[in-house]
Ligand binder design. Structure first.
Ligand code: HAM
Length: 429
């Protein structure tokens, strides 16, 4: 080996985002933000208050809250021991965490219902495919403490409004009732008895024992054929549950919210009772659920709180963005990064522009400028890329005149105004 050989530069492989994780970079990120913020805005219009939850919790919370027999808990959780040896889990959903926080902060001791709204990432170790991510984004609401069917209708109507407010049309609302503690156990037995008579494979037979309702969700056509005559919860509701459901459907009709009854709906989480719903979009292929939710009677007690009922939903922001793309919905101009863009030529002009832009921002006008000493053409390109409505053009000539040219980039009209923020603000307002 010769010492004179140049040392080889170590090459690092460029890294990519972990498998199954959807990230949003410009310009697509503006679409994501638009949907998420609009959903949150609608929740606030309906009187929900923001709750900011931790992204990880004690593993026990989800095991108890979501249900150990669910795929979410048994197969999909990101669970690890922290450095102190505690088992923690990245939240796979939001409802259990909201319950924990409500109990911990005694929110359920005040005026009821407690109406809370959250937004953010959730984590499920699912097999990634189009519309199915390992980090998924939801906007959710929970109304806790009152078992009133009008509240169920409000929550469902709110979800419907969220989708419509971003321009989505091609979705349908599916609705059912999963009964309550008085009728569900008897139905479960009846269903189990029916399923035990069927020639099912071993794994499915095991599911019949631990969670017979989930068997109804088997996607295999040969199994679906066997299930054609399976007893349905909707036909075995207690009087109270039926009355509750009829009020929900009646109120939705009054509100003009279209829905279809799907008595075979199976949700992926175990806590649901009574009203349960899903929003389905046909433009998305297999991952068609754009949102879902329902009532959960026993959840709070299960987590160690009072025995209060609640109802809520989680709307999938990622899938809503995909659905908007599938429907080719024209969104409001999301490409406008700023209203005003400064184009200054020459050092003195650039310094002056810098403070003018700062003053515009202080007045609440979104503004940016060309950096790096570009020429007029390059700087104007920046204005175009920023989607700006106005360009402020400042060169030696304008400086000498104590003026700045305000160019309307849509109408191409140009006016000269005094070189002061107040005059510019007037010209661009
Ligand atoms: P969920 O049905 O499990 O409900 O999730 C709600 C929505 O999140 C789904 O309809 C879907 O749009 C989206 N979503 C779920 N998993 C994925 C994934 N892997 N990739 C992309 N999007 C996904 C809940 O989480 C309940 N906590 C909702 C709720 C609130 N129920 C009562 N209150």
């Amino acid at each position: 080996m010769s010492d004179t050989k140049k040392p080889q530069k170590e090459k690092f492989k460029a890294l990519s985002v972990p498998k199954g994780v959807q990230e949003y970079v410009p310009p697509a990120s503006s679409k994501f933000l638009y949907v998420r913020d609009e959903f949150v805005r609608q929740a606030h219009v309906a009187g929900f208050q923001h709750i900011e939850l931790p992204v990880f919790e004690d593993t026990t919370l989800f095991a108890r809250g979501v249900g150990e027999s669910t795929d979410v808990v048994s197969k999909e959780m990101y669970t690890f021991a922290d450095r102190g040896g505690r088992s923690v889990t990245l939240r796979p959903e939001g409802t259990a965490g909201v319950m924990r926080a409500v109990i911990q902060h005694n929110l359920d001791r005040g005026y009821l219902p407690v109406k809370l709204n959250y937004a953010g990432p959730f984590f499920r170790y699912e097999r990634p495919q189009a519309g199915r991510y390992r980090q998924l984004q939801q906007v959710g609401v929970e109304a806790i403490g009152v078992d009133d069917p009008l509240l169920d209708a409000e929550i469902i109507a709110l979800a419907d409004r969220c989708y419509r407010s971003v321009g989505l049309k091609g979705f349908r609302l599916e609705l059912t009732s999963l009964g309550d503690h008085t009728c569900r156990p008897a139905y479960r037995e009846k269903l189990q008895a029916f399923l035990k008579k069927l020639p099912l494979d071993e794994e499915t037979q095991h599911r019949v024992e631990i969670n017979p309702l989930r068997v109804l969700d088997d996607k295999r056509p040969e199994v679906q054929e066997l299930l054609a005559d399976a007893p349905l919860m909707l036909d075995h509701l207690s009087d109270a549950s039926r009355e509750h459901f009829e009020t929900v459907t009646g109120t939705l009709k009054d509100m003009g919210v279209p829905f279809v009854i799907n008595p075979r709906m199976v949700r992926g989480l175990d806590y649901y009772t009574k009203t349960t719903f899903e929003f389905v979009h046909d433009g998305l292929g297999a991952q068609s659920g754009i949102g879902g939710g329902g009532r959960y009677d026993g959840l709070m007690a299960q987590i160690g709180g009072q025995d209060l009922s609640g109802i809520g939903f989680g709307l999938g922001v990622d899938r809503t963005v995909l659905a908007l793309e599938a429907e080719e919905v024209a969104l409001p101009n999301l490409d406008r990064r700023v209203e005003v863009f400064g184009v200054a030529i020459g050092e003195e002009a650039r310094r002056k522009m810098s403070s003018l832009i700062d003053e515009l921002r202080a007045a609440g006008i979104s503004a940016d400028m060309a950096y790096g000493g570009r020429g007029l053409k390059g700087a104007m390109k920046g204005a175009d890329r920023a989607g700006a409505r106005f360009a402020l053009v400042l060169g030696d000539q304008e400086l000498a005149n104590g003026e700045v040219a305000v160019k309307n980039l849509e109408s191409h009209e140009q006016v000269a105004v005094p070189l002061q923020a107040t005059a510019i603000i007037q010209a661009v307002s």
